[in-house]
Design a protein around this ligand. Structure first.
Ligand SMILES: [Zn+2]
Length: 342
């Protein structure tokens, strides 16, 4: 094992969390699925060290548990869907973003239907309740996937780059022809506090004419002005307007965080995404799997006298052999990586 003493002066190292977290007690939510329109009850329960985030359908006899890993992703059209043994859970991204953003590593999520409830279209209802029940620190060290060399992916005008960085920083850029949105860019250093304050309450959005088309195709059946920002040529149809002037791009940060959580562990790096959605996020995760020389797993240990020790938890080769299958999503059509500057 290599020991590296990380720079102890920056506030990042002072505030960093070195151990895993779950929640202190279970918490339940009820709502409708955005696409299915079906009512669903969801319960987030505490889970043991190193168990990760797992989903289970309480309405089925088979009780299949679906680990929230990228290799369980079967669909990225409009939302992220995971599956195991033909049991599916869709629209996982906002709840996964809430858990990831709040630094919750381990949880068991039970739901009695096939789609995570959309709530108000953001992650705020989840974060509010998770914050209320509070996090519980666990014994095991957080195992972090640390970007050591730049990884980049681009195709058809979309681009995502990952750079080495002490912490998790996200930059998202969007470019829509609509005059209300146009070019927006947003950068944030993700901590539980900054996530709750700046990102969690940003809602999903859609264009009225597209929503009507989706409905004709049996999608967005649960969508309404109570759970999405809806825009037509003249403006925003929601009578209370926006929660942030740049709520659209903030929601893109939220979606990206939710999909990055499918790595199954926290990430250390700066992710810069331009014109990306769920399909592009998954292509990035596949690119990470294709380039194990660009990252490694590390844990951190604090020492009050000497600062922070960075311990290589496993060499990438050893960890990679075990973890790579989880990072490579099979059975799903993804755009091929066309650039990697490793
Ligand atoms: Zn979303």
């Amino acid at each position: 094992m290599d020991d590296v003493i990380a720079d102890p002066v920056s506030s990042y190292w002072e505030n960093m969390e070195t151990r895993q977290y779950t929640i202190k007690k279970k918490v339940s939510f009820a709502g409708v699925g955005l696409h299915s329109g079906k009512r669903v009850k969801l319960t987030v329960k505490p889970a043991p060290d190193d168990s990760g985030i797992r989903f289970v359908r309480s309405d089925l006899d088979c009780r299949v548990t679906i680990p929230a890993y990228v290799n369980r992703v079967v669909n990225t059209y409009l939302a992220t869907t995971i599956s195991e043994d033909n049991v599916r859970i869709s629209t996982t991204e906002h709840l996964m973003a809430a858990l990831h953003g709040m630094g919750i590593d381990n949880a068991l999520i039970e739901l009695n239907n096939n789609e995570v409830p959309i709530m108000d279209g953001s992650a705020a209802p989840f974060t509010r309740m998770l914050h209320k029940v509070d996090r519980k620190r666990q014994k095991a060290a957080k195992k972090v996937l640390k970007i050591k060399k730049e990884i980049s992916w681009q195709q058809n005008g979309s681009e995502i780059r990952m750079l080495p960085y002490d912490g998790l920083k996200i930059t998202c850029g969007i470019d829509f022809a609509h005059p209300l949105i146009k070019n927006q860019s947003y950068t944030i250093e993700i901590t539980p506090d900054s996530f709750i304050k700046e990102i969690a309450s940003a809602r999903t959005f859609g264009f009225l004419e597209e929503v009507e088309k989706l409905r004709q195709n049996g999608l967005a059946l649960g969508g309404s002005l109570d759970n999405a920002i809806v825009i037509d040529e003249s403006g925003i149809l929601n009578k209370d307007g926006l929660r942030f002037p740049d709520e659209f791009v903030r929601h893109k940060v939220l979606d990206l965080l939710g999909d990055l959580a499918l790595l199954g562990c926290p990430l250390q790096g700066h992710v810069i995404a331009s014109k990306a959605g769920h399909t592009q996020h998954l292509a990035l995760l596949k690119t990470i799997a294709d380039h194990p020389e660009c990252w490694e797993f590390v844990t951190f240990r604090k020492n009050s006298k000497k600062g922070v020790f960075e311990l290589v938890a496993a060499t990438t080769r050893a960890a990679g052999n075990k973890i790579l299958p989880y990072l490579a999503p099979p059975g799903i059509e993804l755009p091929e990586a066309v650039a990697c500057s490793a």
